[in-house]
Design a protein around this ligand. Sequence first.
Ligand SMILES: Cc1cc2nc3c(=O)[nH]c(=O)nc-3n(C[C@H](O)[C@H](O)[C@H](O)COP(=O)(O)OP(=O)(O)OC[C@H]3O[C@@H](n4cnc5c(N)ncnc54)[C@H](O)[C@@H]3O)c2cc1C
Length: 358
Amino acid sequence: MVQLAPYLVADSIESYCTDYIDGESVEALFDASELQEGLAFRQSIPPDLTTLLRGWALGFCPLNAIERSLSDLIDARTSNPVQRTAAVVSADDAIEMLEPGNILVDCTGSKSLLRDRLTPGSAEVDGGANTVNIRLEYALVVTFLYGQTYDCNEHCKYFKNIENARYKFIPMVHRTHNDGGISHVTGIVNITAEEYEAMPSRFDGRWLRSNFPDVARSMDRFIDNIKQETHGEVVGDLEILRIPLNLYRARNATSRPWLIAGPRDHPFASSPVFLAGDSAIGSPYFQSISLGFECAMYLAGLIAQRDLPLRDVFDRYELYIYKQWLRVYMQSKMIKHNKDLFECVDDPLALLDKLHIY
Ligand SMILES: Cc1cc2nc3c(=O)[nH]c(=O)nc-3n(C[C@H](O)[C@H](O)[C@H](O)COP(=O)(O)OP(=O)(O)OC[C@H]3O[C@@H](n4cnc5c(N)ncnc54)[C@H](O)[C@@H]3O)c2cc1C
Protein backbone atom coordinates (compact mmCIF):
# COMPACT_ATOMS: atom_id res chain seq x y z
CA MET A 1 0.00 0.00 0.00
CA VAL A 2 1.42 3.39 -0.95
CA GLN A 3 0.37 6.96 -0.49
CA LEU A 4 0.87 9.49 -3.28
CA ALA A 5 1.57 13.12 -2.40
CA PRO A 6 -1.34 15.51 -3.06
CA TYR A 7 1.02 17.86 -4.96
CA LEU A 8 1.04 15.34 -7.84
CA VAL A 9 -2.51 16.36 -8.72
CA ALA A 10 -2.28 20.02 -7.71
CA ASP A 11 -3.93 22.40 -10.14
CA SER A 12 -2.32 25.63 -8.95
CA ILE A 13 1.06 26.73 -7.61
CA GLU A 14 -0.61 27.52 -4.32
CA SER A 15 -1.99 24.02 -3.88
CA TYR A 16 1.35 22.56 -5.07
CA CYS A 17 3.08 24.31 -2.15
CA THR A 18 0.65 23.62 0.70
CA ASP A 19 2.69 20.92 2.43
CA TYR A 20 3.70 22.03 5.93
CA ILE A 21 7.35 20.92 5.68
CA ASP A 22 7.88 20.82 1.93
CA GLY A 23 6.06 23.96 0.78
CA GLU A 24 8.71 26.54 1.67
CA SER A 25 11.53 24.42 0.22
CA VAL A 26 9.68 24.15 -3.06
CA GLU A 27 9.27 27.92 -3.22
CA ALA A 28 12.96 28.39 -2.39
CA LEU A 29 14.24 25.89 -4.95
CA PHE A 30 11.98 26.37 -7.94
CA ASP A 31 11.14 29.56 -9.82
CA ALA A 32 7.47 30.29 -10.28
CA SER A 33 7.98 29.78 -14.03
CA GLU A 34 9.35 26.26 -13.41
CA LEU A 35 6.38 25.37 -11.24
CA GLN A 36 4.05 26.83 -13.83
CA GLU A 37 5.72 24.73 -16.54
CA GLY A 38 5.18 21.60 -14.42
CA LEU A 39 1.52 22.42 -13.92
CA ALA A 40 1.08 23.09 -17.64
CA PHE A 41 2.58 19.68 -18.45
CA ARG A 42 0.31 18.02 -15.89
CA GLN A 43 -2.70 19.68 -17.47
CA SER A 44 -1.66 18.33 -20.87
CA ILE A 45 -1.71 14.70 -19.68
CA PRO A 46 -4.50 12.73 -21.43
CA PRO A 47 -7.69 12.45 -19.34
CA ASP A 48 -7.48 8.64 -18.94
CA LEU A 49 -4.09 8.91 -17.25
CA THR A 50 -5.10 11.98 -15.23
CA THR A 51 -8.13 10.09 -13.94
CA LEU A 52 -5.90 7.24 -12.79
CA LEU A 53 -3.48 9.64 -11.11
CA ARG A 54 -6.30 11.39 -9.26
CA GLY A 55 -7.69 8.04 -8.10
CA TRP A 56 -4.32 6.82 -6.81
CA ALA A 57 -3.75 10.08 -4.93
CA LEU A 58 -7.03 9.75 -3.01
CA GLY A 59 -5.57 7.63 -0.25
CA PHE A 60 -3.87 4.41 0.51
CA CYS A 61 -3.45 2.59 -2.82
CA PRO A 62 -2.02 -0.88 -3.56
CA LEU A 63 1.22 -0.60 -5.54
CA ASN A 64 0.07 -3.56 -7.65
CA ALA A 65 -3.09 -1.68 -8.58
CA ILE A 66 -0.97 1.24 -9.84
CA GLU A 67 1.24 -1.08 -11.87
CA ARG A 68 -1.68 -3.06 -13.29
CA SER A 69 -3.80 -0.07 -14.26
CA LEU A 70 -0.81 1.59 -15.96
CA SER A 71 -0.07 -1.61 -17.87
CA ASP A 72 -3.71 -1.91 -18.94
CA LEU A 73 -3.71 1.70 -20.08
CA ILE A 74 -0.57 1.18 -22.17
CA ASP A 75 -2.04 -1.99 -23.73
CA ALA A 76 -5.29 -0.19 -24.55
CA ARG A 77 -3.61 2.70 -26.38
CA THR A 78 -3.75 1.55 -29.99
CA SER A 79 -2.86 5.03 -31.26
CA ASN A 80 0.52 4.95 -29.55
CA PRO A 81 1.52 1.31 -29.35
CA VAL A 82 4.17 0.19 -26.92
CA GLN A 83 5.84 -3.14 -27.48
CA ARG A 84 6.56 -4.97 -24.25
CA THR A 85 9.03 -7.75 -23.72
CA ALA A 86 9.15 -9.30 -20.27
CA ALA A 87 12.66 -10.43 -19.36
CA VAL A 88 15.40 -10.01 -16.82
CA VAL A 89 17.92 -7.68 -18.47
CA SER A 90 21.57 -7.32 -17.48
CA ALA A 91 23.43 -4.02 -17.84
CA ASP A 92 25.39 -5.49 -20.73
CA ASP A 93 22.18 -6.71 -22.43
CA ALA A 94 20.72 -3.19 -22.16
CA ILE A 95 23.87 -1.64 -23.60
CA GLU A 96 24.06 -4.17 -26.43
CA MET A 97 20.46 -3.47 -27.45
CA LEU A 98 21.14 0.22 -28.01
CA GLU A 99 21.10 1.62 -31.55
CA PRO A 100 22.39 5.15 -32.19
CA GLY A 101 19.66 7.66 -31.39
CA ASN A 102 17.73 5.32 -29.08
CA ILE A 103 16.80 6.66 -25.67
CA LEU A 104 17.25 4.31 -22.71
CA VAL A 105 15.32 4.99 -19.50
CA ASP A 106 16.43 2.88 -16.57
CA CYS A 107 13.59 2.46 -14.06
CA THR A 108 14.86 -0.67 -12.36
CA GLY A 109 14.41 0.68 -8.85
CA SER A 110 16.78 1.29 -5.96
CA LYS A 111 19.32 -1.30 -7.15
CA SER A 112 19.41 0.39 -10.54
CA LEU A 113 20.99 -1.58 -13.34
CA LEU A 114 22.83 1.33 -14.93
CA ARG A 115 23.35 3.93 -12.18
CA ASP A 116 26.94 2.93 -11.66
CA ARG A 117 27.65 2.65 -15.40
CA LEU A 118 26.84 6.27 -16.15
CA THR A 119 30.35 7.61 -15.78
CA PRO A 120 33.15 6.44 -18.08
CA GLY A 121 35.35 3.90 -16.29
CA SER A 122 32.80 3.26 -13.53
CA ALA A 123 32.23 -0.35 -14.65
CA GLU A 124 35.74 -1.12 -13.43
CA VAL A 125 35.41 0.49 -9.99
CA ASP A 126 33.46 -0.73 -6.97
CA GLY A 127 29.68 -0.43 -7.04
CA GLY A 128 28.25 2.77 -5.60
CA ALA A 129 30.67 5.11 -7.43
CA ASN A 130 27.79 7.15 -8.81
CA THR A 131 25.60 6.96 -5.69
CA VAL A 132 25.40 9.36 -2.74
CA ASN A 133 23.82 7.46 0.14
CA ILE A 134 22.81 8.71 3.58
CA ARG A 135 21.46 6.13 6.03
CA LEU A 136 19.02 7.96 8.28
CA GLU A 137 17.96 5.04 10.46
CA TYR A 138 16.74 1.44 10.53
CA ALA A 139 13.05 0.91 10.99
CA LEU A 140 10.24 -1.59 11.19
CA VAL A 141 7.31 -0.77 8.92
CA VAL A 142 4.31 -2.15 10.82
CA THR A 143 0.93 -2.43 9.07
CA PHE A 144 -2.37 -3.61 10.47
CA LEU A 145 -6.08 -3.32 9.81
CA TYR A 146 -8.30 -1.86 12.50
CA GLY A 147 -12.04 -2.47 12.57
CA GLN A 148 -13.04 1.11 13.31
CA THR A 149 -12.47 4.55 11.93
CA TYR A 150 -9.13 5.76 13.24
CA ASP A 151 -7.21 8.88 12.38
CA CYS A 152 -4.00 10.22 13.84
CA ASN A 153 -2.30 13.55 14.40
CA GLU A 154 0.83 14.56 16.36
CA HIS A 155 -1.07 14.67 19.67
CA CYS A 156 -2.37 11.16 19.05
CA LYS A 157 1.18 9.95 18.30
CA TYR A 158 2.35 11.40 21.59
CA PHE A 159 -0.46 10.27 23.88
CA LYS A 160 -0.77 6.75 22.46
CA ASN A 161 2.99 6.26 22.99
CA ILE A 162 3.07 7.84 26.43
CA GLU A 163 4.13 4.63 28.20
CA ASN A 164 6.60 3.72 25.45
CA ALA A 165 9.96 5.10 26.48
CA ARG A 166 11.49 3.13 23.59
CA TYR A 167 10.09 1.71 20.34
CA LYS A 168 7.51 4.41 19.80
CA PHE A 169 5.17 3.51 16.96
CA ILE A 170 4.78 6.46 14.63
CA PRO A 171 1.90 6.22 12.18
CA MET A 172 2.72 8.21 9.06
CA VAL A 173 0.98 11.53 8.69
CA HIS A 174 -1.75 10.93 6.12
CA ARG A 175 -1.02 7.25 6.30
CA THR A 176 -4.10 6.06 8.15
CA HIS A 177 -7.01 5.73 5.82
CA ASN A 178 -10.48 4.60 6.46
CA ASP A 179 -11.90 2.10 4.02
CA GLY A 180 -15.56 1.22 4.65
CA GLY A 181 -15.21 1.14 8.43
CA ILE A 182 -11.78 -0.56 8.33
CA SER A 183 -8.72 1.61 8.89
CA HIS A 184 -5.39 0.69 7.31
CA VAL A 185 -2.68 1.76 9.71
CA THR A 186 0.97 1.89 8.64
CA GLY A 187 3.77 3.31 10.70
CA ILE A 188 7.39 2.97 11.65
CA VAL A 189 9.31 1.97 14.76
CA ASN A 190 12.96 2.92 15.05
CA ILE A 191 15.34 -0.03 15.70
CA THR A 192 19.11 -0.37 16.08
CA ALA A 193 21.47 -1.71 13.43
CA GLU A 194 21.99 -4.85 15.58
CA GLU A 195 18.26 -5.46 15.86
CA TYR A 196 17.93 -4.97 12.11
CA GLU A 197 20.61 -7.60 11.46
CA ALA A 198 18.88 -10.07 13.80
CA MET A 199 15.52 -9.91 12.01
CA PRO A 200 14.25 -11.55 8.82
CA SER A 201 13.18 -9.07 6.15
CA ARG A 202 9.46 -9.76 6.69
CA PHE A 203 7.52 -11.29 9.60
CA ASP A 204 4.30 -11.15 11.61
CA GLY A 205 3.19 -10.15 15.10
CA ARG A 206 3.70 -13.67 16.46
CA TRP A 207 7.37 -13.70 15.40
CA LEU A 208 7.84 -10.23 16.89
CA ARG A 209 6.30 -11.33 20.22
CA SER A 210 8.59 -14.37 20.48
CA ASN A 211 11.79 -12.65 19.40
CA PHE A 212 11.48 -8.96 20.28
CA PRO A 213 8.93 -8.87 23.14
CA ASP A 214 9.78 -5.27 24.10
CA VAL A 215 8.88 -4.03 20.61
CA ALA A 216 5.70 -6.16 20.67
CA ARG A 217 4.69 -4.74 24.07
CA SER A 218 5.18 -1.23 22.76
CA MET A 219 2.89 -1.99 19.80
CA ASP A 220 0.34 -3.55 22.19
CA ARG A 221 0.28 -0.44 24.34
CA PHE A 222 -0.22 1.79 21.31
CA ILE A 223 -3.02 -0.42 19.98
CA ASP A 224 -4.67 -0.72 23.43
CA ASN A 225 -4.80 3.07 23.56
CA ILE A 226 -6.49 3.20 20.15
CA LYS A 227 -8.99 0.58 21.32
CA GLN A 228 -9.82 2.50 24.48
CA GLU A 229 -10.65 5.52 22.37
CA THR A 230 -12.52 3.95 19.47
CA HIS A 231 -13.58 0.50 20.79
CA GLY A 232 -12.44 -1.51 17.75
CA GLU A 233 -10.27 -4.57 17.22
CA VAL A 234 -7.23 -5.32 15.09
CA VAL A 235 -8.35 -7.43 12.12
CA GLY A 236 -5.83 -10.24 11.49
CA ASP A 237 -2.19 -9.95 12.53
CA LEU A 238 0.49 -7.29 12.24
CA GLU A 239 2.53 -7.33 9.01
CA ILE A 240 6.07 -6.20 9.56
CA LEU A 241 9.00 -5.35 7.26
CA ARG A 242 12.40 -4.28 8.44
CA ILE A 243 14.05 -1.73 6.17
CA PRO A 244 17.02 0.64 6.18
CA LEU A 245 15.75 4.17 5.67
CA ASN A 246 18.15 5.46 3.05
CA LEU A 247 18.22 8.82 1.38
CA TYR A 248 20.20 8.56 -1.84
CA ARG A 249 20.70 9.98 -5.29
CA ALA A 250 22.64 9.28 -8.43
CA ARG A 251 25.43 11.86 -8.79
CA ASN A 252 24.73 11.62 -12.52
CA ALA A 253 21.14 10.76 -13.44
CA THR A 254 21.98 10.76 -17.16
CA SER A 255 24.76 9.59 -19.46
CA ARG A 256 25.92 13.22 -19.84
CA PRO A 257 29.50 12.31 -18.72
CA TRP A 258 29.78 9.94 -21.72
CA LEU A 259 28.67 12.71 -24.09
CA ILE A 260 31.22 15.11 -22.65
CA ALA A 261 34.25 12.90 -22.06
CA GLY A 262 33.56 9.28 -22.97
CA PRO A 263 35.09 7.31 -25.84
CA ARG A 264 33.05 8.02 -28.99
CA ASP A 265 32.59 4.34 -29.79
CA HIS A 266 30.71 3.53 -26.57
CA PRO A 267 26.92 3.22 -27.12
CA PHE A 268 26.25 5.78 -24.34
CA ALA A 269 28.11 8.40 -26.39
CA SER A 270 25.40 8.31 -29.07
CA SER A 271 22.34 7.04 -27.16
CA PRO A 272 21.20 9.00 -24.13
CA VAL A 273 20.44 7.18 -20.87
CA PHE A 274 18.21 8.56 -18.13
CA LEU A 275 17.49 7.23 -14.65
CA ALA A 276 13.90 7.55 -13.47
CA GLY A 277 12.11 6.68 -10.23
CA ASP A 278 14.03 4.92 -7.45
CA SER A 279 16.88 4.42 -9.92
CA ALA A 280 17.63 8.15 -9.69
CA ILE A 281 16.55 9.21 -6.19
CA GLY A 282 15.32 7.33 -3.16
CA SER A 283 13.99 8.68 0.07
CA PRO A 284 12.60 7.22 3.26
CA TYR A 285 9.36 8.34 4.92
CA PHE A 286 7.29 7.36 1.91
CA GLN A 287 7.85 10.16 -0.58
CA SER A 288 9.68 8.23 -3.32
CA ILE A 289 6.88 7.18 -5.59
CA SER A 290 5.65 10.77 -5.87
CA LEU A 291 9.16 11.97 -6.63
CA GLY A 292 9.44 9.28 -9.29
CA PHE A 293 6.22 10.38 -10.96
CA GLU A 294 7.30 14.01 -10.77
CA CYS A 295 10.66 13.33 -12.41
CA ALA A 296 9.07 11.04 -15.03
CA MET A 297 6.62 13.78 -16.01
CA TYR A 298 9.47 16.24 -16.39
CA LEU A 299 11.48 13.78 -18.48
CA ALA A 300 8.48 13.08 -20.71
CA GLY A 301 8.08 16.84 -21.20
CA LEU A 302 11.76 17.18 -22.18
CA ILE A 303 11.78 14.23 -24.56
CA ALA A 304 8.68 15.60 -26.28
CA GLN A 305 10.64 18.73 -27.24
CA ARG A 306 12.26 17.10 -30.27
CA ASP A 307 14.29 20.14 -31.34
CA LEU A 308 15.96 20.59 -27.94
CA PRO A 309 19.71 19.81 -28.25
CA LEU A 310 20.67 16.68 -26.30
CA ARG A 311 23.13 18.62 -24.17
CA ASP A 312 20.29 20.91 -23.04
CA VAL A 313 18.04 17.92 -22.31
CA PHE A 314 20.78 16.43 -20.13
CA ASP A 315 21.52 19.71 -18.35
CA ARG A 316 17.90 20.42 -17.64
CA TYR A 317 17.11 16.90 -16.40
CA GLU A 318 20.20 16.81 -14.18
CA LEU A 319 19.33 20.19 -12.67
CA TYR A 320 15.73 19.16 -12.11
CA ILE A 321 16.73 15.90 -10.42
CA TYR A 322 19.20 17.81 -8.27
CA LYS A 323 16.52 20.26 -7.15
CA GLN A 324 14.10 17.44 -6.38
CA TRP A 325 16.87 15.77 -4.42
CA LEU A 326 17.53 18.94 -2.38
CA ARG A 327 13.81 19.19 -1.76
CA VAL A 328 13.49 15.64 -0.47
CA TYR A 329 16.80 15.89 1.40
CA MET A 330 15.54 18.89 3.37
CA GLN A 331 12.17 17.29 3.96
CA SER A 332 13.66 13.98 5.13
CA LYS A 333 16.23 15.63 7.42
CA MET A 334 13.47 17.70 8.98
CA ILE A 335 11.25 14.65 9.53
CA LYS A 336 14.19 12.70 11.00
CA HIS A 337 15.06 15.61 13.30
CA ASN A 338 11.45 15.93 14.44
CA LYS A 339 11.35 12.17 15.03
CA ASP A 340 14.54 12.34 17.12
CA LEU A 341 13.04 15.11 19.24
CA PHE A 342 9.80 13.18 19.57
CA GLU A 343 11.68 10.09 20.82
CA CYS A 344 12.91 12.06 23.87
CA VAL A 345 10.16 14.62 24.28
CA ASP A 346 9.62 13.67 27.97
CA ASP A 347 13.30 13.99 28.84
CA PRO A 348 14.16 17.73 28.77
CA LEU A 349 17.94 17.24 29.04
CA ALA A 350 18.06 14.71 26.22
CA LEU A 351 15.80 16.99 24.24
CA LEU A 352 18.07 19.98 24.79
CA ASP A 353 21.07 17.93 23.65
CA LYS A 354 19.36 17.45 20.32
CA LEU A 355 18.42 21.10 19.88
CA HIS A 356 21.17 23.01 18.15
CA ILE A 357 19.57 26.37 18.42
CA TYR A 358 22.41 28.61 17.34
C1 LIG B 1 7.15 -0.83 2.75
C2 LIG B 1 7.23 0.27 1.74
C3 LIG B 1 6.24 1.24 1.71
C4 LIG B 1 6.29 2.29 0.79
N1 LIG B 1 5.32 3.25 0.85
C5 LIG B 1 5.43 4.32 0.04
C6 LIG B 1 4.47 5.36 0.11
O1 LIG B 1 3.52 5.32 0.87
N2 LIG B 1 4.64 6.44 -0.71
C7 LIG B 1 5.69 6.54 -1.57
O2 LIG B 1 5.81 7.56 -2.25
N3 LIG B 1 6.60 5.55 -1.69
C8 LIG B 1 6.50 4.44 -0.89
N4 LIG B 1 7.42 3.45 -1.00
C9 LIG B 1 8.46 3.55 -2.05
C10 LIG B 1 7.87 3.13 -3.41
O3 LIG B 1 7.37 1.81 -3.31
C11 LIG B 1 8.95 3.24 -4.48
O4 LIG B 1 9.41 4.57 -4.51
C12 LIG B 1 8.44 2.88 -5.86
O5 LIG B 1 7.91 1.58 -5.90
C13 LIG B 1 9.59 3.00 -6.87
O6 LIG B 1 9.09 2.72 -8.15
P1 LIG B 1 10.10 2.38 -9.32
O7 LIG B 1 9.23 2.01 -10.48
O8 LIG B 1 11.11 3.45 -9.49
O9 LIG B 1 10.92 1.10 -8.82
P2 LIG B 1 10.39 -0.33 -8.39
O10 LIG B 1 9.00 -0.26 -7.85
O11 LIG B 1 11.46 -0.91 -7.52
O12 LIG B 1 10.31 -1.12 -9.77
C14 LIG B 1 11.48 -1.54 -10.43
C15 LIG B 1 11.07 -2.62 -11.40
O13 LIG B 1 12.19 -2.97 -12.22
C16 LIG B 1 12.27 -4.37 -12.30
N5 LIG B 1 13.67 -4.74 -12.51
C17 LIG B 1 14.71 -4.50 -11.69
N6 LIG B 1 15.85 -5.00 -12.22
C18 LIG B 1 15.52 -5.57 -13.39
C19 LIG B 1 16.25 -6.27 -14.40
N7 LIG B 1 17.55 -6.47 -14.28
N8 LIG B 1 15.59 -6.74 -15.49
C20 LIG B 1 14.23 -6.53 -15.60
N9 LIG B 1 13.49 -5.88 -14.69
C21 LIG B 1 14.12 -5.41 -13.61
C22 LIG B 1 11.74 -4.88 -10.95
O14 LIG B 1 11.30 -6.20 -11.05
C23 LIG B 1 10.61 -3.90 -10.71
O15 LIG B 1 9.42 -4.33 -11.30
C24 LIG B 1 7.37 2.38 -0.12
C25 LIG B 1 8.36 1.38 -0.14
C26 LIG B 1 8.29 0.35 0.80
C27 LIG B 1 9.39 -0.71 0.78
